[in-house]
Design a protein around this ligand. Structure first.
Ligand code: NAI
Ligand code: 15L
Length: 264
């Protein structure tokens, strides 16, 4: 990888990749709406609103691959989600098309399938089932990725990230947890593969409880190595087991599925 662009680079996952992909990519262009501090050696820092197409075309010009993390990362107002996630993601794919087709990693989310029950194991053929306006915007991004591949041959991998934090924060995350190291390894696999087409992959570590089956994406060669099991005792002793009939427990998306409409 010569030059990689990371959008949303001031956020949690962006900061992680900015640090961990150093050296793997010869240079990095990091971008966000928020302040990113000074550029490190072999880095360019570009402050940019993803909702501005002209700015995004300049942002994408000259890079070889795009790690698209930028956007609203939780439920929000419809207007906010439209600008950052719908328009922002469209602008990234459109800039890639106009500039000759850069491979894109799209940070989708488990909330694109959050209304599936937890006792159902999902795979590459399971239909989307969003649990929120946020989840809907991730479904849009995944469909956009498919469309840009079918029509323009823009390759991408949409990663339905589970919960990527240093540690699981509750009982649900014992199943959805994606360790930061497994996430970094996945990013490398995505850009090192010869061809990826338009692929969707679930992003969870090698946890005891598995809701998602990634056999359809085995060609990427990603094998998660970490497991949430080391945190089980800590989580179970601090988070009481809720009733199994509660919606937040029945659905994969947890509270995203059980809460009401954000703007009410
Ligand atoms: P974060 O909220 O920490 O970072 C997102 C970044 O995007 C922020 O720095 C924000 O300033 C930037 N941003 C928002 N709107 C923007 C705009 N219009 N133009 C430019 N930048 C904008 O989120 P986090 O946790 O780092 O997640 C990164 C991506 O991964 C997000 O797209 C999120 O939806 C997705 N994801 C993350 C998960 C996780 O467990 N961390 C789980 C599932 C999906
Ligand atoms: C997400 O999509 C969010 O970005 C993250 O903040 C967590 O809420 C995660 O899903 C999750 O489901 O745990």
């Amino acid at each position: 990888m010569e030059k990689v662009l990371i959008t949303g680079a001031a956020g949690g996952l962006g900061c992680l990749l900015r640090k961990e992909l150093k050296g793997w990519a010869k240079s990095m262009r990091v971008s966000d709406l928020a302040d990113l501090g000074a550029a490190a050696p072999d880095e360019e820092v570009v402050q940019c609103d993803l909702a501005d197409l002209d700015a995004v075309i300049k942002l994408v010009d000259g890079v070889d691959g795009i790690i698209h993390l930028g956007g609203k990362s939780i439920e929000g107002t419809f207007d906010n989600i439209i600008e950052s996630n719908i328009r922002g993601t469209y602008n990234i794919f459109e800039a890639s098309r106009q500039l000759g087709g850069k491979r894109i990693m799209f940070a989708s989310s488990n909330h694109a399938i959050g209304f599936h029950h937890r006792d159902r194991q999902l795979d590459g053929n399971t239909p989307q089932r969003p649990d929120s306006i946020y989840g809907l915007s991730k479904c849009f991004g995944e469909d956009l990725a498919r469309y840009y591949y079918d029509k323009f041959d823009i390759e991408s991998v949409s990663v339905r990230i589970g919960s990527c934090f240093p540690e699981p924060r509750d009982r649900r995350m014992l199943a959805t947890w994606l360790s930061p190291n497994d996430f970094v390894r996945l990013m490398k696999c995505i850009f090192e593969a010869t061809r990826v087409g338009a692929t969707m992959i679930y992003g969870a570590s090698n946890n005891r409880e598995q809701w998602w089956d990634n056999r359809h994406a085995a060609f990427l060669g990603w094998q998660p190595e970490d497991s949430s099991e080391v945190f089980r005792e800590k989580i179970e002793s601090t988070h009481p087991q809720p009733g199994w009939d509660e919606p937040a427990v029945r659905y994969q998306g947890g509270t995203y599925a059980s809460v009401g409409h954000f703007e009410d």
